[in-house]
Design a protein around this ligand. Structure first.
Ligand SMILES: [Zn+2]
Ligand SMILES: [Zn+2]
Ligand SMILES: [Zn+2]
Length: 464
């Protein structure tokens, strides 16, 4: 048993899996503590607790790292091993070495999380030659500081870290560092169509259910971005995590088969992304997709099938290079305040996301929220366009409140705030209006009462 909500059961192919022991509501939160974390160079977050500090302190000696408080500075000097690269005049000590040094020290000190780390898979025989060379080089440096570990041990530790470390992000999903969360690695397998999402509050990892889980459902997160095309995605998973993905998005039938074939066909077309986007704008296909998705938010898979059976989707729509161009255009036009042009690109990106990502996926909520602000700035939305605009706001409200990521934009005054509560939702999420209002008034209150804060302190043993 791991918790009242899920348990680890043995699995032939994946070693073990975390399975819901009863119905788990969408938005339920599990908290995982780090064994160690490291902040990327040049981030304005505290080196020790990863929080954005007000009036940040800097290390007076090397001026390279920031702290939120004197306590964090003191802790980082010893426990965080900062003295080892600061004193030795090595301000360029790279993040991967910092992490390895902290990890080696934490493993030497032991404890439940260190024991769980020991159980993780290293798959050392599958290391690429580049990793092998880099790990040997790092092992020499760390062995000189911490002779407790042999160079061979340090290579194994790095291989385990490669297969199991997480990128730590802020509330807008920007990378701020990386961390080792042994229990999350041990419990949660990957899916390219995950039912749980990962976010961070300082160094704590929050895993939240994106949909309601039934008893027996496996809890999965995504180790790589599901928007990456199948071939590249599977290669990335094999290279870094040493497994072949057999999730429903990779091998499933029905909608997943339609989606795979659609994307494969789209990516094989030699497109001029610029022309493709102009054709997409002329056809208003993105708007039509949103409206069809809004007709069946209870069953997003069925709604997506309906998109493909009732609309004439141009094959280039799902091409990944068209998406990349639209994403960068949308944000650069937004930066230069070309609101309505930015909104056209952003609408296509949203429609694409809604066909691929699982319901309540964080990136979809954040993109919808940015797009709503862009559309508000552009102004002049009428008729069907106004309904889409309000629906985008509603979708962003639902996802962001469910995930507790950040408060949705308070824009548009009374008329729009009424519209956004009754507009169609495009994100495959239904919150009843009562709950929705509660979220709206006080998201913390509702999220807290439905959250299961589980403090894992014991190492987890598989049931016999
Ligand atoms: Zn701090
Ligand atoms: Zn320093
Ligand atoms: Zn997959």
């Amino acid at each position: 048993m791991v918790s009242a909500l899920y348990q680890l059961i043995p699995d032939e192919r994946k070693r073990s899996k975390a399975v819901a022991t009863r119905k788990i509501p969408a938005g339920t939160e599990f908290v995982f503590h780090p064994l160690v974390t490291v902040v990327n160079a040049e981030e304005s977050v505290c080196e020790n607790c990863l929080l954005f500090g007000e009036g940040s302190l800097r290390c007076s000696r090397c001026k390279q790292v920031r702290y939120c408080s004197a306590e964090c500075q003191a802790e980082s000097w010893t426990k965080g091993m900062h003295k080892h690269w600061c004193k030795k005049q090595r301000p360029d000590f790279p993040s991967d070495l910092k992490l390895l040094l902290r990890l080696a020290l934490a493993l030497k000190q032991g404890g439940p999380l260190a024991e769980t780390f020991d159980e993780l898979i290293a798959a050392q025989d599958m290391l690429s030659p580049i990793h092998q060379v880099q790990f040997e080089h790092n092992a020499k440096i760390i062995h000189a500081i911490l002779p407790h570990w042999s160079e061979a041990d340090l290579i194994t530790i790095q291989a385990k870290n490669l297969r199991n470390s997480f990128t730590v992000t802020d509330g807008r999903l920007f990378d701020i560092g990386s961390g080792v969360y042994p229990l999350a690695s041990r419990h949660l397998n990957h899916s390219c169509y995950p039912n749980c999402g990962v976010s961070f509050r300082g160094p704590q990892m929050m895993v939240k259910t994106l949909v309601e889980l039934k008893e027996g459902d496996e809890l999965c997160i995504n180790y790589c971005d599901p928007i990456v095309p199948l071939k590249r995605r599977r290669k990335a998973l094999e290279d870094q995590y040493a497994f072949k993905c057999t999730c429903e998005a990779c091998t499933g039938g029905g909608w997943f088969e339609t989606s795979r074939q659609g994307r494969k066909t789209a990516d094989e077309i030699d497109v001029n992304a610029e022309e493709a986007l102009n054709a997409i704008f002329r056809s208003s296909i993105s708007e039509q997709i949103l409206l069809v998705l809004g007709t069946d938010p209870d069953n997003i898979i069925q709604a997506r099938q309906k998109v493909f059976t009732t609309l004439n989707i141009p094959p280039i729509f799902l091409n990944i290079s068209v998406l990349s161009l639209a994403t960068s255009r949308s944000s650069s036009l937004r930066t230069s305040a070309n609101w309505s042009e930015s909104a056209s690109y952003g609408l296509y990106v949203l429609a694409y996301y809604l066909l691929i990502y699982p319901p309540a996926y964080a990136l979809v909520g954040l993109h919808a929220s940015d797009l709503a602000i862009t559309m508000w700035n552009a102004g002049g939305w009428e008729g069907m366009e106004y309904i889409i605009y309000a629906g985008i706001l509603r979708s962003s409200d639902q996802v962001l409140l469910l995930l507790g990521l950040c408060v949705p934009p308070n824009i548009g005054g009374r008329e729009l705030s009424a519209a956004r509560q009754f507009a169609p939702s495009f994100c495959g999420l239904t919150l009843n209006d009562n709950l929705y209002h509660k979220h709206h008034i006080s998201p913390e209150l509702v999220l807290d009462s439905r959250s299961a804060y589980l403090d894992f302190t014991e190492p987890i043993k598989l049931p016999m």
